[in-house]
Design a protein around this ligand. Structure first.
Ligand code: PEP
Ligand code: MG
Length: 848
């Protein structure tokens, strides 16, 4: 045996009070069948990593996970007792299986009141799950704070493997007949522990096999990593002296549900042994997700129960009658040429060779003589180019679909795809409103900001998209509507049938299909509790937001129009910190006129009156906000190209028109004009020069500010401050540009965190520079409405928080619970940290 001793301190994953394992009201834990360790009665609800290592197992129900340290120690954390029954409801994983985590990193958030009322207990077990190794666990006692205090110290002396390796290699490998797993939740911690304890009694090497996947039956973690589900077909494999007995007894135990008693005893219990083999199967143990829970990235909080509506590309209307064969033919030829060019451009953007090949096929189809001839024939019969083309490609696709050859059948989809592309060009269509029944939850590959902006909020309860991230404009819109939304969704959700009942949890980022009666009543209970809290906060929202030590923080709204402004004022909004004027420009075919714009801005100003501030941002398009009628050159990196103020400076007429329209609101409101995406002093000066000219022309004036959303602006804030009246920090863009992570990138959505210390440092620098020049600073990016971020922003000295309308009462209530001095110390502390995870861990414990 090796003399090498490994020591490990295991830290509190939650704040609370330590409880000896023997007091846990569940024999599986109390008798240490899963492993030795300690239990914790929690007072916090964000589970932090107790050690650094790799998450080798995250249970599908998100209530338990195992971290394996670099020394091979398996630390298993199991939140609550019987929580597997919740099937993920109430749990929000922050990490994925296979991820490396640092000590203190948030792992799983959970709704403590929800879990506490549904499960047997919230007692959380922290266990050392390694099987067959010598290990000494010294649990601590008393109260502990998450991420700070040690809950147990372990000494671990790995056993050398020679002793077990040699003895049985000569004997045959035996298998049981397949056993159908009866356990409703598969082999989760409890049955896995029962099985592993039984397996350890044998000297034989014992494995569970499911297809190609394999687990060591003596290891609780290995069995859990197999991620079994009810109905899985499992065989027991054993080799060694007592293999026959091991196979027989363990197969019987599996068939009987490993102590869960869920299944009838199966034939396998007395199954004869079969087929000796020599070659062992490779261990893979791929995790499979619960098929009814679809994970994604939390984009807008809230919970809703509704029916699925899959949103697919819009129907395109074309008239049937043509206006002459020559003109219709020319129209078709032009559209075909444009489509070829568009596909060519698309191809250049695609790095993936297989996708580029699909586009090659599309180009071929655009020149397919049979297809084009069909359309031409229809035109010759007096039809419009659009009608003729649609009839042609629909017929052609239908014929391909009817063929016996699978490859050709697949081409039918390509024909439809490319057919739609040409049809859109022929119809000159850019956008159609999404129309759905009441109580809908939308699922789409992608929604554009204008799709989202035009959603009927009385009918749409929430939505999920496969693309996009939490700081993208679609997510921002969802937050402004106060409806739950999930981005970066598992694409399997696109296959859920229309009309299926689902629960969308925008806070956890999960969609649950076909919830049972218990899950539904729980969802309704949560919605009722949430609504009651919102009502309380709304009732108090008329009062100003003042910290307990007297600092006034202005809480204002991010809005799109006068109607939203009215809603904001009604629930305590003290003004508008960001009117995103681009919404007036999108979802239409031409730019709005000066009068139309003036009427819209004036309407907002009238709602607010002369006291409450109105900050109107000049057009911020480009990047993920294109305008159909403003042809912009194709750019390799549109977020780094013509965006925000750069577009306005490139189209000075449009810019001047907008400024004049804004200035017309000056006589009725407290007008502030703000320029987006300022990166340099030159841009600011160029924009101000034009504004000054228009102020002189109109005789009206406004306060002038800029958005700080490009790191360069934060870095030269000292130089910018004397030339403006205020700053507003756009943390959505500031985060994407600081971390070089696209705000709409689904894969990076978790890391693109506005609480990253680099972003917080830039905010701190901006505030300091502004205050040196007696200028005020707001934050209008998404983190202004994030309860975790608010104390830090106040601590950094921010004067104004501009948030989505539904968030106003909660943000005001939160400000009133804080003191500025404690926020200042907190901000100084987190500024010294190195990762967003550390910052979030500290903020979670601050909130406890
Ligand atoms: C921001 O970038 O944080 C911001 C508020 O602007 P937008 O989200 O509209 O780009
Ligand atoms: Mg921005």
């Amino acid at each position: 045996m090796s003399e090498h001793l490994t020591r490990l301190d295991v830290y509190a994953p939650l704040s609370g009070v330590l409880v000896p394992l023997s007091d846990v009201p569940d024999p599986v834990f109390a008798e240490r069948m899963v492993g030795d360790g300690v239990s914790l009665d929690p007072t916090s609800s964000e589970l932090l990593a107790p050690v650094a290592g790799i998450v080798t197992h995250l249970h599908n129900a998100h209530h338990a996970l195992t971290i394996t340290t670099d020394d091979g120690i398996e630390v298993l954390v199991h939140i609550g007792i019987d929580t597997v029954m919740l099937r993920g409801e109430g749990f929000a994983p922050r990490i994925r299986q296979g991820e490396r985590v640092t000590m203190g990193q948030p792992l799983i958030g959970f709704a403590a009141d929800f879990v506490a009322t549904r499960a047997r207990s919230l007692l959380t077990q922290v266990l050392i799950a390694n099987g067959g190794e010598e290990i000494h666990v010294a649990p601590f006692s008393g109260p502990v704070q998450a991420g700070r205090d040690v809950v147990m110290r372990i000494e671990h002396r790995p056993v050398t493997t020679e002793l077990t390796m040699h003895s049985d290699h000569a004997s045959a490998t035996l298998f049981s007949e397949p056993v159908t797993l009866p356990n409703p939740q598969g082999l989760h911690a409890r049955p896995a522990a029962v099985l592993a304890a039984a397996a350890k009694k044998f000297r034989a090497d014992v494995r569970l096999l499911r297809g190609k996947d394999e687990a060591n039956a003596k290891s609780v973690v290995s069995v859990m990593v197999l991620s079994t589900q009810a109905g899985d077909s499992i065989r027991v494999q054993a080799s060694g002296a007592d293999a026959a007995q091991a196979v027989r007894e363990l197969a019987a135990l599996l068939a009987a549900g490993c102590g869960e008693g869920a299944g009838e005893s199966q034939a396998a219990a007395s199954a004869p042994l079969t087929r000796p083999v020599t070659a062992p199967t490779a261990a893979t143990g791929v995790a499979s997700a619960n098929p009814d829970i679809f994970p994604g990235v939390a984009a807008s909080p809230g919970l809703a129960v509704g029916k699925v509506v899959q949103v697919r590309a819009q129907r395109i209307e074309v008239s049937e009658a043509g206006v002459g064969v020559v003109r219709e033919r020319a129209h078709l030829d032009t559209a075909l040429r444009e489509a070829v060019r568009d596909v060519e451009l698309l191809k250049r953007e695609i790095a993936d060779a297989s996708k580029a090949k699909i586009l090659d096929a599309h180009q071929e189809l655009l020149a397919d003589p049979e297809l084009v001839d069909l359309a031409v024939e229809n035109i010759a019969n007096g039809k419009s180019a659009g009608w003729a083309w649609r009839a042609a490609f629909t017929l052609y696709a239908g014929e391909l679909e009817g063929l016996d050859n699978a490859l050709l059948r697949e081409r039918a989809n390509d024909v439809r795809d490319v057919g739609r592309r040409v049809l859109l060009l022929l119809a000159g269509v850019t956008h159609a409103k999404i129309d759905v029944p009441t109580g809908s939850i939308l699922i789409a590959e992608e929604l554009t900001p204008s799709d989202t902006a035009t959603l009927d909020r009385s009918k749409v309860l929430g939505f999920c998209t496969v693309g996009g991230g939490a700081t993208g404009h679609v997510a921002i819109l969802a937050r402004s509507f106060g409806i739950p939304a999930i981005c970066g969704m598992d694409s399997a959700a696109l296959k859920i049938s229309d009309g299926t009942e689902v629960v969308i949890d925008g806070s956890a980022g999960t969609l649950r299909r076909n919830p049972d009666a218990a899950a539904l009543s729980e969802a309704h209970a949560r919605m009722t509790r949430h609504a009651a809290r919102v009502e309380q906060e709304k009732a108090a929202a008329g009062a100003p937001a003042i910290t307990r030590d007297g600092a006034r923080i202005e809480v204002v709204a991010n809005v799109r129009d006068a109607a939203e402004t009215r809603e904001a004022v009604a629930i305590g909004g003290e003004g508008v910190g960001l009117l995103r004027s681009e919404f007036l420009f999108s979802d239409r075919d031409t730019a709005p006129s000066e009068d139309e714009q003036a009427a819209a801005y004036r309407a907002v100003a009238e709602v607010l009156g002369r006291e409450r501030p109105l900050v109107i941002r000049t057009l911020d398009i480009g990047g993920d906000k294109p305008l159909s009628y403003l042809p912009m050159p194709r750019e390799d990196n549109p977020f780094l190209g013509l965006r925000g103020i750069r577009v306005s400076l490139d189209y000075p007429d449009m810019f001047r028109t907008q400024l004049r329209a804004m200035l017309k609101a000056a006589p009725v409101g407290n007008l502030h004009i703000m320029f987006p995406m300022i990166a340099t002093l030159d841009e600011l000066r160029a924009a101000k020069k034009i504004l000054n000219e228009e102020q002189r022309n109109t005789g009206h004036t406004a306060k002038v500010g800029i958005m700080i959303e490009v790191p360069s602006a934060a870095l030269i804030a000292e130089r910018l401050a004397p030339e403006v009246d205020f700053f507003s920090i756009g943390t959505n863009d500031l985060t994407q540009y600081t971390l070089a992570m696209d705000r709409g990138h689904a894969r990076l959505a978790r890391e693109a965190d506005g609480l990253h210390p680099s972003v917080l440092r830039l905010i701190g620098m901006t505030v300091d520079a502004a205050h040196q020049h007696d200028k005020w600073v707001g934050v209008c990016g998404g983190i202004a409405g994030d309860a975790m971020a608010v104390p830090v922003l106040i601590g950094l000295g921010v004067d104004e928080l501009s948030v989505s309308v539904p968030a106003i009462p909660a943000v005001k209530a939160l400000v009133c619970r804080l003191t500025r001095s404690e926020c200042q110390s907190l901000a100084q502390e987190v500024l010294q940290m190195g990762t967003a995870t550390e910052v979030r861990a500290r903020l979670a414990s601050f909130a406890d």
